[in-house]
Write a protein of this length. Structure first.
Ligand SMILES: [Zn+2]
Length: 343
């Protein structure tokens, strides 16, 4: 069986859209027909080689999506054919299956436990969570990472308490999930910082009490003005930019938490005074907000069904798989809040 895919053939080059050959299923693997996938900043990082040289080329990409189960491999017990599922990169329940090897132009194409930039994908059972048919594609894609990671950063990494002050630097993508999470957790103030006004506008709709465009204003001054002191309890960075990370750390109070979710380029470094870390200040990198998709996703769906929040306005751009390189370019320009590919 063949399917359409966007393949990373070379780093720092556009993805190649072509047909690939799908292998047979083995133990713990699930064949899913995708209906939608979100493009995440992580994939741009992979294309750019943020973590270094890529020894898996050519390979498939994408780690947030939704679709329907077509076929299951031996041993799979948590999903069955016909089930609607969220595809997520964090570990859920079930078997950790071997990674599939696809074929393209007589060559092997590598793939991880999950890929979503291919219409039909072989996914490890533990990267799937069943959801009701009533959940829209947009929401399902957001549940895969934006909401689970965003809320997880607030709940598990930052452990925000009611009334704590929070700064989120980078208000698009996961940052918007973090802002909504801070709102649901009762933080105040919630200061969103970004260089794009359109993103700050949306952040305001989803819980930011104050917005700072750091192109035109100093974040330090804004915090002083808003909080009446130069520090916040929690400062969360999504930019991965060394200077911004230094600012985030400096803005964090004595017993506060600096949480990084934007991944810094592997050749970059930050300069910080570490003494406060001995006295209660925390600086840490988040790995998907320590989320547990199989437990978190049903909980958030219940909340949305009860109309406690509705993130459907997060999505600003749509396209087909053929449009993926254009959408990625738009993400690089900073104009995208969330971009979704519809198959
Ligand atoms: Zn992601």
């Amino acid at each position: 069986m063949k399917t359409q895919a966007a393949i990373l053939v070379e780093q720092k080059q556009p993805l190649v859209i072509d047909e690939i050959e799908i292998p047979c299923l083995t133990v713990g693997q699930v064949l899913v027909e995708l209906t939608a996938t979100r493009i995440c900043g992580s994939q741009i990082g992979e294309i750019d080689g943020v973590k270094g040289a890529d020894r898996w080329l050519p390979h498939l990409l994408g780690h947030e999506g939704c679709g329907r189960v077509l076929e299951i491999g031996l041993g799979v017990q948590w999903v069955k054919p016909g089930d609607r599922v969220v595809l997520h990169w964090r570990l859920g329940q079930g078997i950790q299956a071997p990674s599939p090897l696809y074929r393209w132009q007589g060559k092997n194409v590598n793939a991880g436990n999950i890929t979503t930039f291919n219409r039909h994908a072989i996914i490890s059972e533990n990267r799937l969570t069943r959801i009701p048919d009533s959940v829209s594609d947009d929401i399902a894609c957001l549940l895969a990472d934006t909401l689970t990671t965003g809320f997880g950063i607030i709940n598990n990494n930052a452990r925000v308490k009611i009334g704590e002050s929070v700064v989120v630097i980078g208000a698009g993508g996961i940052g918007l999930g973090v802002i909504l999470g801070a709102h649901l957790a009762g933080a105040y103030p919630i200061i969103a910082a970004d260089i794009v006004d359109a993103k700050l506008e949306i952040a305001k709709k989803y819980g930011a009490t104050h917005c700072v465009n750091t192109k035109t204003a100093e974040l330090n001054n804004a915090v002083k003005e808003i909080c009446g002191c130069p520090f916040v309890d929690v400062c969360i960075d999504g930019t991965g930019n060394p200077k911004v990370i230094e600012t985030a750390y400096a803005l964090t109070a004595k017993h506060g938490r600096t949480i990084l979710f934007g991944v810094m380029h592997h050749e970059h470094k930050v300069a910080i005074h570490t003494l406060p870390l001995h006295f209660g200040k925390i600086l840490t990198g988040s790995e998907g907000g320590d989320s547990q998709p199989h437990l978190d996703i049903p909980r958030y769906i219940r909340m949305m069904q009860a109309k406690r929040f509705d993130p459907s306005g997060f999505v600003s751009h749509y396209g087909k798989l053929e449009d993926i390189n254009t959408l990625i370019a738009q993400m690089r320009n900073g104009e995208v809040v969330h971009a979704i590919i519809r198959f």
